[in-house]
Design a protein around this ligand. Sequence first.
Ligand SMILES: NC(=O)c1ccc[n+]([C@@H]2O[C@H](COP(=O)([O-])OP(=O)(O)OC[C@H]3O[C@@H](n4cnc5c(N)ncnc54)[C@H](OP(=O)(O)O)[C@@H]3O)[C@@H](O)[C@H]2O)c1
Length: 263
Amino acid sequence: MIDLRGKNAIVTGASSGIGAAIARQLAREKCNVFLTGLGASQLENTLQYCKSQGVAAYCKECNFSDFNSIDLLVDDIKAKDFSIDIFVLNAGISQREKGLETSFETDRSIMQINYWSSVYIIKKFREHILNAKHINISVTTSLAGLFGFPLRTSYCASKHALFGFFESLDLEYPNIAVTFLIPGRINTEISKSALMGDGKRYEKMDPGQSKGLDVDKAAKKAVNAIRKEKHRKLIGKGELLMAHINRYIPCLYYKLAKIISPT
Ligand SMILES: NC(=O)c1ccc[n+]([C@@H]2O[C@H](COP(=O)([O-])OP(=O)(O)OC[C@H]3O[C@@H](n4cnc5c(N)ncnc54)[C@H](OP(=O)(O)O)[C@@H]3O)[C@@H](O)[C@H]2O)c1
């Protein structure tokens, strides 16, 4: 169990959706926050909310498609002497196209933002992590990180990869505790920024997405899981049943995953 009060957390993807809601919840629990994301004005809104909760809060825009941009983010965090206790690696983009219709460049973009950027950030803080008494790394994966799902080939791959890397890290270092946040469908605008096969944004709000769990409820569950340092936390509604079906009745999973609407 971590006492969040007075701890320092970096939240990636904090400009909107789940990341912004997690940042607000952490601030309500008196945890200092460093926010990063793409959209400067949205980031600023989250920042002002967090400050209004009486915690130290900072933000810096960063493009995870670009390692140089991540270097500048890390320099800024270090210059501000923000000593991170909790990494919330949450930034991500989705996909809305079949595998063979998705260009290799688009596959790489998804892996870069969803997987490589998180690995890169952690390595940039290598010394800090090795010297820390205790570090929590919370990683937002997805139900689609537990099994395959149509129109999500590279998205699924990136989320599976996060499990592989960070679960192994957890086992290797006694001072690192990794919490996997595993959302099902949460009501955010993630489908709008999802990439189509040619790398263009999908720009539509999926009907399934808007029926998802309220984002503030999801963030409360996420922060509770971080506090309790749970290994894995499924977050969502009835769709979470698929995790159990995939594990215990795989033949049924293959039937259902082909007929459930992926949008
Ligand atoms: N919503 C769901 O149903 C669901 C389900 C399973 C998993 N997830 C995961 O939850 C995480 C958050 O998603 P969300 O639903 O909250 O969607 P979202 O509202 O679109 O949030 C995604 C966040 O990632 C940031 N981001 C995207 N591309 C970036 C880049 N190139 N560089 C830096 N930041 C970038 C976005 O910044 P901007 O907004 O400024 O572009 C935003 O802050 C993602 O990892 C997603 O895969 C979501």
